[in-house]
Design a protein around this ligand. Sequence first.
Ligand code: FES
Ligand SMILES: [Fe+2]
Length: 350
Amino acid sequence: MTAVPSGHPTDDVTRDSMLAVTTERDGIVDEWFPVIDAADVAPGSWHRFELLDERYVLVCGSDGEVLVTVDTCPHRGAQLSLGSFDGSCIACPYHGWQFDTSGRCIGQPAHPGIEPPRVADLKPIAVQECYGLWWVCVGESPRNLPVYDDYHHHPGRTISLGPKVLQATGPRIVENFLDMAHFPFVHADYLGQVPHTEVRDYDVGVVDGELRFTNCVFWQPNPGPTDIGGGDVYYEYGVSHPYAARLTKKPTLAEGDSATFSLLLMTSPVSETQCRVWMLTTLADPAGDLESFNAYNAVIFDQDIVTVESQRPKLLPLDPRAEVHQRADRGSTAYRRWLSQRGFRYGTTP
Ligand code: FES
Ligand SMILES: [Fe+2]
């Protein structure tokens, strides 16, 4: 049995009332968010996590069945994961109420011999496993997971990075992932190099509800694993989820399709201004070294953290007049419009 603490308990009334204001006014609650690596969820283990200003616990029974519920006892609100779990029975630390791994209340020690009423049961929350992660949706009408077809096109060729905790809002983190103009500065000598700073025009559109940037070309000093000189790199971006984004990168046309790889960035909001972030990398080349790509991406990711955490305001402004744009920002302004038109508010300012 293991309990994995993450972040801080959410226990003050102010934050609870803010939750009512911030999440009930938009559809963010109906999105799926990653909460834990599937490899970390062993039968008989349980794991705390926080999502959208609430605390939860993921419980994996000895039989492998997974339950996610609010980490708060329905009796007097104690934190369940401070109690015990033996693989089949969760026991609250306060008055010892017992629950099975379907959430059913099976015992109230103050009244032995009496069957607990169903109102004492834990309420299960939607959970599923995909892309090597467990995903949770706290709303009533779950939408689709972020689209990431390459995970299925190249079985066994995906590696995961994270979760990394950022003191930043999901939309700022996604927008940074969609931005090429920062490469020569934040990622000098990795993804860009002065004086090769020009962002050439690229195409922005919406296909089947997904935001797409295509024909993105940028000069990079070391475009691919087999290159030793600078050259143009070809990118495509896709956004089908407000807190996630995908890119496909062809290091150079000369290297052909085998050098192509894809990334899926997923931000899981603990709160409006703190996220846990995962990044998946998928290689088309069956001989490509996944570990070295992950190590490289970890360096790039860490370079981004300082500037993204420094951004003010913390919440992404959706009003086009709130920040000054340049031509290269066509993609990020389209992302802001896309969020605005779909009514997403969490992590943004209108
Ligand atoms: S608060 Fe959990 S049993 Fe009383
Ligand atoms: Fe970056």
